[in-house]
Design a protein around this ligand. Structure first.
Ligand SMILES: Nc1c(NC[C@H](O)[C@H](O)[C@H](O)CO)[nH]c(=O)[nH]c1=O
Ligand SMILES: CC(=O)[C@@H](O)COP(=O)(O)O
Length: 167
């Protein structure tokens, strides 16, 4: 179990285009994830342009990310959501499918997709990850986005492209 957030990366001054795709399901918690993520982004990337898109549930997140990337390739997509396990396997199935789809989309498009569609057992775990400060996954998402954008910028500066060509 993680007991603390990753340390804050250095802040970036550039005007990055970031999209947050967040599900509305379990709204009390997902609204808090979005708010925490926005606040942390404002501190770490004060000049970035951030759009927020809300979708019904976690299952609708990957198709939205893919559509966004196809229409207007953003520099980074942050996904936020909360799945609370119920009495059946449905929650685990949704979580696994979302996890696999997001990684596949990120790798195929070489666009960093930050994955904070969180799967929890109960409201107590949800509170700690969405509303509390110590394990807040919205803040963690903003830190991961800042850090990976910094890495991709360094690739671009050193090679003129994100990844070196074999040609
Ligand atoms: N139970 C949760 C869901 N379920 C809804 C699905 O994500 C989806 O919207 C539905 O199956 C229609 O395709 N979504 C969450 O984000 N969190 C849950 O706990
Ligand atoms: C994770 C879900 O979609 C959840 O609401 C389903 O609950 P259950 O497994 O009790 O049907």
């Amino acid at each position: 179990m993680s007991t603390a957030l990753p340390t804050r990366p250095r802040s970036l001054n550039q005007r990055s285009q970031i999209v947050i795709v967040a599900s509305t399901y379990n709204e009390e918690f997902t609204d808090a994830l979005v708010e925490n993520c926005k606040q942390e982004l404002e501190e770490l990337m004060p000049n970035s342009l951030t759009n927020i898109i809300r979708v019904p549930g976690a299952y609708e997140v990957p198709v939205t990310v893919e559509a966004l990337i196809q229409q207007n390739k953003p520099e980074c997509v942050i996904t936020l959501g909360l799945i609370i396990r119920g009495q059946t396997a449905h929650g685990d199935l949704v979580a696994e499918s979302v996890t696999n789809a997001l990684q596949e989309i990120a790798v195929r498009n070489t666009v960093p997709v930050i994955h904070e569609v969180v799967l929890v057992d109960d409201d107590k775990q949800a509170y700690a990850r969405c509303i509390g400060s110590k394990l807040n996954r919205g803040r963690e998402a903003a830190r991961a986005a800042t850090s990976i954008l910094d890495t991709f910028n360094q690739f671009k500066r050193s090679t003129g492209r994100v990844f070196p060509s074999n040609a």
